[in-house]
Design a protein. Structure first.
Length: 316
């Protein structure tokens, strides 16, 4: 039987590509897109779309019952940079939406939940290289605290109430179709737009700041793979490490220069440097490989090629 899916935050960076991928897989009518406001995404007219503030339990439940939804992907969140500016707003959004969705699952109004966590759950005391699944986690950002707390609640709802919740700790995600919003890893997207438009870019992270990153196509594949894996394969109900690749602003700039030789980069760090410095440089994701066969496909050179082609195509 085909699932009936609700995507919360469908107009965001991940949500917009996930909506298209799931609609292609299950049919437009089986995937209900929702967001707090309407974006200009092409999917808005290709299937059901609802304006939804998912911090409002009653509004969320109405949509779930109306469309007979049985799976929710909760992609709405305030990211690391913005969350430092609006701590309480970030906490309320990131936590209340999760509680509302977990509550629906606990009450058996839906069967399955996807909730995204992040490398932000780690902090300055975490081992930085090949960060293991289980290690010291003392996040120092508002966003990281909300994601780590969310992980504990997901695990609790699974153990206590049998909720089938699945989660990934996303690294920085790179895509060109929808702009990112307020993250620390956003430099790795801005750099492409500026390289094409201005042939130069000023990075808000320093040249040797290495962070775990992933191409959106890989991230969408991982999201669908973990949701389709047999229940018994999902051994971790907090959230799975997901690695991808790791690079610095200097390394991505050098790769872009192979395509745009006149491109130059300089550095002017801001408050996001401290956030990046608190995060791992690279991630060990062997549990995702062992439990649901995860392997990333896009290396840095593939990402750069695909980003430049994609942005160029969109602007012609
Ligand atoms: C951010 O930079 O806040 C996000 C993340 C790593 O979760 N991209």
């Amino acid at each position: 039987m085909k699932p009936r899916i609700l995507i919360i935050g469908a107009c965001g960076q991940i949500g917009s590509e996930l909506t298209l991928a799931l609609r292609e897989k299950h049919g437009n009518d089986h995937v209900i897109a929702s967001d707090i406001r309407e974006g200009n995404q092409s999917f808005i007219n290709s299937g059901p779309f609802e304006i939804l503030d998912a911090t409002n339990y009653d509004a969320l439940e109405d949509i779930v019952l109306h469309y007979d939804v049985n799976e929710i992907y909760l992609m709405a969140a305030m990211l690391s940079g913005t969350a430092e500016k609006f701590p309480m707003k970030a906490w309320n959004l990131n936590m209340n939406t999760l509680f509302n969705v977990l509550q629906l699952a606990k009450d058996k109004k839906i069967n399955k939940v996807f909730w995204p966590s992040s490398i932000a759950v780690f902090g300055p005391t975490t081992p930085k290289e090949h960060t293991p699944q289980q290690t010291i986690m003392e996040p120092s950002t508002v966003y990281g605290i909300s994601k780590q707390t969310g992980e504990r609640w997901c695990d609790y709802y699974h153990k206590r109430y049998g909720v089938d919740v699945r989660s990934i700790r996303y690294p920085g995600l790179i895509s060109y179709k929808t702009p990112p919003g307020g993250g620390t890893t956003d430099y790795a997207i801005e750099i492409f737009h500026e390289a094409i438009r201005e042939k130069k870019y000023t990075s808000f992270l320093s040249e040797n700041t290495a962070l775990p990153m992933m191409y959106m196509e890989d991230a969408i594949r991982a999201t669908i793979a973990i949701m389709e894996a047999p229940n018994t394969n999902i051994k971790i109900r907090s959230s799975y490490n997901l690695g991808g690749i790791s690079f610095t602003p200097k390394e991505i700039a050098a790769e872009i220069q192979k395509h745009i030789p006149e491109f130059s980069i300089n550095y002017n760090t801001d408050f996001r440097q401290a956030i990046a410095d608190s995060w791992p440089c690279s991630i060990n994701d062997e549990n995702a490989f062992l439990d649901w066969n995860w392997k990333h496909q896009f290396e840095l050179k593939d990402i750069v090629k695909s980003m430049l082609n994609g942005i160029n195509k969109l602007s012609t």
